[in-house]
Design a protein. Structure first.
Length: 310
């Protein structure tokens, strides 16, 4: 008779009057954080860097991305945009499928289910570096359009954004996952026609991934897609972006990486336009203005790595 009583007392230990378990004094209680607002494998979007003023950077990122997404793909439906009224009955009453769809809409509205936003800021895990995930299938086309317009107009669109790099896939920061992810992405870029390429490798808060191994394996992988694929450190047609942040890796394959100033919004607006040549004689031609020299990047085999402060 005493054993069951003891078990009941033990099971009730640590609980309050309402039956909920209390934490032990002197010890911290740990809870699983929600992963909904954190960068995760399988996402795609834009890696945006800034020098402080994170909230202003997020605001400008939303504004620019939505502006160009509306331009390229049309305006996204407003989340407050009402679906056809559920209480309106079909005149034809063709099938029960219409009634089922209306019922599902009602249930979704009642449960507060919302469609995923076109752009959503999530925590990247690094300081002054945010990740804007997207539902768009081609983030590279959108970012490329933004940078092309900035290069043409020379009009700044943000005082807070530094770089805006499109990311086609996020994966785990290990050699196998990186190779598998780049392998699937490179079929679209390097398989049909030969291309020149460079591998841009950066890492933040992660010193465990063997950088040289990643570079060598990716170079071999790209070369195996097409024998005509060649490395070009100065002016590649495509740059393979490998951005390691803690335990995750952001991967993108972007065109005109150096032409568009490494996708740096501030630098592309500040760069000098090409000189205007008047007449044919040597006396009428103005000498080309010397462009500011960039800090030389360390050449590594088949890559053009860059160093960027987080």
């Amino acid at each position: 008779m005493s054993e069951p009583k003891k078990m009941r007392m033990d099971s009730a230990a640590g609980k309050g009057n309402n039956g909920q378990r209390k934490g032990k004094p002197g010890k911290r209680n740990f809870y699983n954080k929600s992963t909904a607002r954190f960068m995760q494998p399988g996402q795609r979007g834009f890696l945006v860097t800034c020098n402080g003023r994170l909230h202003d950077c997020i605001r400008d990122s939303y504004r620019i991305l939505n502006e160009y997404a509306d331009l390229l793909y049309g305006a996204a439906p407003s989340p407050n945009e009402a679906e056809p009224a559920a209480n309106e009955k079909s005149v034809d009453d063709e099938s029960e499928e219409e009634d089922i769809s209306v019922t599902l809409q009602k249930e979704a509205a009642a449960a507060g289910i919302k469609k995923p936003m076109r752009f959503q800021n999530v925590d990247s895990g690094a300081t002054n570096c945010l990740f804007i995930r997207t539902t768009l299938k081609e983030p590279t086309a959108l970012a490329h359009k933004v940078l092309q317009d900035l290069s043409t107009t020379r009009k700044a669109k943000s005082r807070f954004i530094l770089r805006m790099v499109p990311i086609e896939a996020v994966c785990r920061a290990n050699l196998k996952d990186i190779i598998d992810t780049v392998g699937s992405l490179s079929d679209r870029h390097f398989l049909k026609e030969p291309k020149t390429y460079a591998i841009i490798y950066n890492h933040r808060l992660n010193n465990e991934l063997p950088r040289d191994d990643v570079i060598r394996e990716l170079a071999d992988l790209i070369s195996s897609k097409n024998a005509g694929n060649k490395a070009n450190l100065k002016n590649p047609e495509l740059a393979v972006i490998v951005e390691v942040i803690k335990g995750l890796c952001c991967i993108g394959i972007v065109p005109e990486y150096y032409t568009l100033r490494k996708y740096n919004l501030a630098e592309i607006v500040a760069q000098q336009p090409p000189p205007v040549v008047k007449g044919d004689s040597a006396t009428d031609q103005k000498p080309a203005e010397e462009k500011p020299k960039e800090v030389a990047e360390e050449p590594v085999a088949t890559v053009a790595p860059e160093k960027e402060q987080a």
